[in-house]
Each structure stands twice: as structure tokens, then as C-alpha cells.
Ligand binder design. Structure first.
Ligand code: G3I
Length: 382
């Protein structure tokens, strides 16, 4: 009897030890998608080296940490529809295949955008604006060819990108010049016709500006009143160390959610680099001293800056967790620091530290703390 109970105690102690060790291991090994995946999609923008598999370390990180991907560049019109009568789906097909192979939620970016726009799109052979009717036809063919090709595979599309200025006025793009604001509902309508199941998003940056906030709310309400499908507002989230305040960002997030659509953080990153105060151009690249000043951390990020970055990024990530009831996706704009567009804009060849994983693909402290915090909250409220 006694021997049996001793044996039992030994067994239960060792089981407890095994269980608690594996819990510790599990906690340490927990990834972003494991920790946050029940709150919102945890996404990343991927480039063609990643979709094509040549960046093997990048691919490993993406598969380990994220459950959703968006095309950083390969679905933009100049890549996917370079000439009026020629689509090129090579890179887009590769991107979608990557998502399917890895069982990820795939997001399309972007159908109508003034930037990286194919040069032929809005003009005739003489370079003059085409008629409103012809532009509508071109938009319809562009949108419907792409959306139907990936029908059922792409969950949602950034239909219109960056149509509104910070002060709330419409951006003076070729689309606006030729069609006025009507181009926006038309784009949504064409996309919906091509894939009625696909989610449709309006996506923009600097959304914490009050003027932009109000204009986007107005736009969403107008689309809804017209019976046009719109599922979410994408707040890009290209942050700096001073703009925006989390409070202003939160105001916009809540304002968008109050229209009844979801909110997505679609292009999250945060630069630590200074913004050039002088006019950009050849002068900057020609002036070594000035360049150096604009690229203050060419080797490593000093601890004090790194700490400030992690703290500020933490404030935003906590804000997203707090509003997980209306946020359906948080996507970072690149897997690791080396992938960030911030290294090359607005000045080429700088070294920025804008993303959640460093150049060795290691998580920044904020990643580890958020995972820990979320797991602790789950443990406290099972
Ligand atoms: O494709 C050419 C390649 O052939 C050439 O060898 C190379 C040489 O520099 O340039 C390549 O094109 C670059 C392209 O990225 C692909 O790497 C362009 O010069 C460069 O301007 C382009 O930048 C992209 C930018 O959009 C263009 O506006 C960034 O990678 C991409 O991260 C950025 O993403 C945008 C979102 O789509 C919308 N919201 C803002 C966000 C940041 O600007």
C-alpha cells in the first residue's frame, strides 16, 4: 500500500514537472500568431524573394510568426498590368501559391492606387487624359481580371488606396481628375461583381489626422448608404517616433468602427530615422555630411533609442489588443528590419529599425513582452 502510494506520488510529481516544463517551453516558444491569432489575423507584407522562396531565412520567419500575407508590390498595376493589353501574373501567382501552400489568409494589395500606376492607365497615346467612359472601362477590366483570377483564394482586397489627403480633401489623382469621387464607389462595385464573397477595404496612411479621419468616416458612410460593400478601413500604421499619439490613433480607430465596418492595421512599422527638413533631391545624396546626419545609426541602434522604440511600439500593440473586438487584422509592412521600405525612403540606403524582428530575424523585446502579457491575461481569465 505504502509502496504504491510512494510510487504514485513520484509519478504525479514527475508528471507535474513534465507538464510545467513543457508549459515553460511552450511559453518561450510561443509565436505572435499563437499568442494573438484568436484576436485578429497576424499578417505580414511579403516581397518576391520571400514568395519565390529565395530568402529562406525570411520565409522561415514568416511561416513561424504570421498567419496572413499581403503582397508588398507584386499586385500593383505597373507590375501586374504593365500594358493595356498585357497582364503579367507571374509574381502575383507565386505570391498566392505561397499563401495557399502555407495555409495563410491572403490579402490583395492594391487595385486602384495613383502610385506605381501603369503609365498607360489614365491617358491616351498622346499622353492626354482619357474620357471618363474609357477610364471606367479600363478600371473595370483591370479590377475584374485580377479579382476573378484569384476568386475564392484572396480573402480581401485593398480596393482603393490613399484617395484622401491629410486635410480631408480628395487627393488630386488622375482618377479623381477624370472621374471625380465617383471612381471610388465604382472601384468597389467592380471588385464586388468579380468576387461577391471577397472582403473589400479602403486603405490609407496618416489616419490620425482629424481632417482625414472625418473624410474617411464620411466616405465609408456614403458607400454604405449607396449600398456598396465595404468591410473594413485599413489604417496603414506607418508610425514615426512622434506621430501620431496613440490617443489620436485610437480616436480614428473608434470613429471608423462606429460606421459599422471593421478596422485593420494594414502596414505597421515605425521609423527611428530623422525626416529630412530640407527639400529632397540630388543635394542630399551629394552632401556627405548631411547624409551622415540623416543616417544616424549605420551600425547598431543605441540602447536608449531601442528602448524608446520598443516602449512606443508596445503602446500601439496594446491598443490593438484592447480593440480586438473591432480589429480583424494587424499586418506589419515587412518581416524583418532588412526588408523595410523605410531603409530606402525618403532617402535611399539608410539603416532603419522599423519592424518587429531585427536583421537576424530575432524578435525585438516588444514582441516577447506582448506575447507574455497576452498569455498572462489568458491564464488569469481562462
Ligand atoms: O521593381 C524595381 C526593380 O526592378 C529595380 O531593380 C529596383 C531598383 O531600385 O526597383 C524596383 O522597384 C522598387 C519597388 O519598390 C520594388 O522593390 C521601387 O523602386 C520602389 O519605389 C518600390 O517601393 C515600394 C513603394 O510602396 C512604392 O510606392 C515599397 O517597396 C513598398 O513597401 C511601398 O509600399 C507602400 C504601400 O504599397 C502603400 N502604402 C505606403 C507603402 C509605403 O510606401
Amino acid at each position: 500500500m505504502k509502496r504504491n502510494s510512494i510510487l504514485l506520488s513520484i509519478l504525479s510529481v514527475s508528471t507535474a514537472l513534465i507538464v510545467s516544463c513543457s508549459t515553460v517551453e511552450k511559453e518561450e516558444a510561443t509565436t505572435l500568431k499563437e499568442a494573438l491569432g484568436d484576436k485578429f489575423l497576424v499578417g505580414v507584407a511579403i516581397n518576391s524573394n520571400q514568395a519565390g522562396g529565395t530568402d529562406t531565412a525570411g520565409v522561415a520567419l514568416i511561416k513561424q510568426q504570421f498567419n496572413s500575407i499581403v503582397a508588398e508590390n507584386c499586385m500593383k498595376s505597373e507590375v501586374i498590368h504593365p500594358e493595356e493589353n498585357r497582364f503579367d501574373f507571374t509574381l502575383a501567382d507565386q505570391f498566392v501559391a505561397f499563401g495557399k501552400k502555407n495555409d495563410m489568409t491572403i490579402i490583395g494589395h492594391t487595385l486602384i492606387w495613383h502610385s506605381q500606376l501603369s503609365p498607360w492607365f489614365c491617358v491616351d497615346e498622346k499622353g492626354k487624359n482619357v474620357s471618363p467612359e474609357l477610364l471606367k472601362e479600363r478600371m473595370k477590366r483591370h479590377i475584374q481580371t485580377i479579382v476573378s483570377r484569384y476568386k475564392g483564394e484572396i480573402k480581401g482586397w485593398d480596393v482603393v488606396n490613399e484617395a484622401i489627403e491629410d486635410d480631408g480633401s480628395f487627393r488630386q489623382t488622375k482618377f479623381y481628375e477624370i472621374l471625380g469621387e465617383e471612381y471610388i464607389p465604382l472601384a468597389f462595385q467592380y471588385a464586388h461583381e468579380a468576387d461577391p464573397e471577397a472582403e473589400l477595404y479602403y486603405n490609407d496612411f496618416s489616419m490620425a489626422h482629424p481632417g482625414k479621419r472625418d473624410a474617411v468616416v464620411k466616405l465609408v458612410n456614403k458607400l454604405k448608404n449607396q449600398g456598396i460593400r465595404i468591410d473594413a478601413v485599413g489604417m496603414q500604421g506607418h508610425l514615426t517616433m512622434s506621430f501620431p499619439t496613440p490617443a489620436e490613433f485610437e480616436k480614428s480607430l473608434l470613429a471608423f468602427a462606429s460606421t459599422g465596418v471593421n478596422v485593420m492595421i494594414t502596414e505597421l512599422d515605425m521609423t527611428v530615422l530623422p525626416w529630412p527638413s530640407k527639400k529632397l533631391g540630388a543635394d542630399i545624396s551629394a552632401n556627405f555630411a548631411y547624409e551622415k546626419e540623416m543616417n544616424p545609426y549605420p551600425e547598431v541602434l543605441p540602447d536608449s533609442v531601442s528602448q524608446a522604440w520598443n516602449e512606443r511600439m508596445g503602446e500601439f500593440l496594446r491598443l490593438f489588443v484592447k480593440h480586438a473586438n473591432v480589429i480583424t487584422r494587424v499586418t506589419v509592412w515587412g518581416a524583418s528590419d532588412e526588408d523595410s521600405w523605410r531603409n530606402n525612403w525618403p532617402i535611399k540606403g539608410r539603416k532603419d529599425y522599423a519592424l518587429l524582428f531585427d536583421r537576424n530575424h530575432q524578435p525585438k523585446p516588444v514582441v516577447t513582452s506582448i506575447i507574455k502579457e497576452v498569455l498572462n491575461t489568458k491564464k488569469a481569465n481562462p
